[in-house]
Design a protein around this ligand. Sequence first.
Ligand SMILES: Cc1cc2nc3c(=O)[nH]c(=O)nc-3n(C[C@H](O)[C@H](O)[C@H](O)COP(=O)(O)OP(=O)(O)OC[C@H]3O[C@@H](n4cnc5c(N)ncnc54)[C@H](O)[C@@H]3O)c2cc1C
Length: 597
Amino acid sequence: MTNPETITHDVIIVGAGLAGSWAAMVAARQGVRDIGVLSKIHPLRSHSGAAQGGIAASLSNVRPVANTGPRGPLEAVPPGAEPPDSWELHMFDTIKGSDWLGDQDAIEVMVQEAPDIIYEYEHMGCVFSRLADGRIAQRRFGGHSAPRANYSKDYTGHVLLHTIHEQALKHGVKFYSEWSLLELIVEDNICRGVVAMEILTGKVHTMRAKAVMFGTGGYGRAFKITSNAYANTGDGVSIAYNAGVPLMDMEFVQFHPTGLYRHGILMSEACRGEGGYLTNKDGHRFMEKYAPDKMELAPRDLVSRSEQTEINEGRGVGPDGQGVYLDLRHLGREKILERLPQVRDLAIEFVGVDPIDAPVPIQPTAHYSMGGIPTDVNGQAIADAAGTPIVGLYAAGECACVSVHGANRLGTNSLLEASLFGRRAGYAIADFIKNGAELQPVSGDPAEGQRQRIRKMLDNPGTESVDKIAQTLKQTMTDNCGIFRNEARLKVALQDVKTLQARFQNARTMDKGSRFNTDLLTTIETEHLLNFSEVLVTGALARTESRGAHSRTDYPKRDDTDWLKHTVAHKGADGPVLSYKSVNIDFDRYPPQERKY
Ligand SMILES: Cc1cc2nc3c(=O)[nH]c(=O)nc-3n(C[C@H](O)[C@H](O)[C@H](O)COP(=O)(O)OP(=O)(O)OC[C@H]3O[C@@H](n4cnc5c(N)ncnc54)[C@H](O)[C@@H]3O)c2cc1C
């Protein structure tokens, strides 16, 4: 191919968050010279940088003070003392958190390698919060039975992302900042490259590569109230799905219990990890009713449902009764300023409440996408339920589904997953290239196909507003495919998604220019939201049970006889075609049990 607009690299990585940056850095360090990383926003604005509370690993640096109960103070573990935590404990907590839908072989890899990834960050200069003796500090997090969240105040994602971005630059990785992925090229089950647009100029390029990796992040922006960055519109999963790649377990969306009331901006789980209370309008710590042992530190699915029940039964706060309170006052000024400075600023800025003086109104917020592109533990993308690899295509981080989180992710396991499976993908990609992978031919002119698609969008004289379509979608997804679901509501959601897809055909992009056309980008992102939302709702409608974050009021029980399996969705002519894949369970060691906290 001699087209001057075609760009070639050995490796193209889409996404500059932790998953993509780790993979790029490791592959470069392993000797792959020619790596390009695309990010539609500045790499350091990737959502990984917004993570607050911590990254899990069983370092055993701190332990609860004896006889002070599950929420008592923590102390440094003296040298030589029995380690209070282990990878086995981390593994059990993660499996239980996942409601037994997590693949146990993948979970085992993650929890065993977790301490090593923390030490690798440390050796690269990452500024963790420390104990008095210099070891890395740790705090409690929901669903974890030992304090194993390693953190840097409440700026953990920021320090991790800066560390790894610097290292990627040092190893010569080329970043395409503000380039937007438009298409993934897969023919005959072999990945051949991508098509992307340089946002500044509007120029569209075919980018060929021997290996492509997606680290494109989550899809929380399909919901009205979300903690996710504006960029988290699920482009990667939607584009992969269009290329024939399946999506797995898309119906599992995590709602975080503490988003700022009406905004959804995150108040880190570290607020509860440090001892914060949740109260209703009567000042009652309602978690007593729902999770008497773990209280506020039960896992997120359970706490969000408890809050929503309080709200639905009329015990909410705020003008519309749609909030509850997060009360941090008893932690005291000093601890709040030392451990939670960012969330304090966010509360002051967005709801006008200083957590030092008053309880903060909060509500559940769409937070994390458990589903995504199915992969093995080396980031290799999988084409079907039988496990056939898609040659040259890799994925890691929130856009992937390994699956370590199953039906519900535990807090701090995601920064871990993105870093660790990003790193593993980096090694796998380096091996693939060094073992003689070649550039594969591309048929036709994919870039021209995308130029025509964009031209059609810009020329559409339609009467519909893209923004209205996106807002209507977010509203119906929140109302009908949110924390509590049932058949009637899910059918409404599915019908709404289809109607909105049809209306989108008649939608107008107002800005017709080519330079930095953010209006065009919003149109493209809205098309992605409509595309994967159909998969999400279809999977949720089919799954007639309640498991983890998927809670069906018409099927309130977990059903291991029929539903202990992953949903796999392929794109068909009339919508998603579902099949199912068994969960990898070690029935001797970790057989399914009832999940109680
Ligand atoms: C507010 C908040 C706080 C969190 N706190 C924690 C925490 O304390 N602990 C924890 O474990 N987890 C936390 N999480 C979750 C965790 O941060 C994410 O799951 C993780 O960082 C995802 O990393 P990633 O590399 O997969 O994706 P991201 O960091 O989201 O990066 C996605 C990348 O893909 C690029 N991209 C996407 N679409 C395109 C496109 N079309 N073209 C080009 N590039 C594209 C983006 O530009 C970006 O670079 C938090 C999440 C949020 C929202």
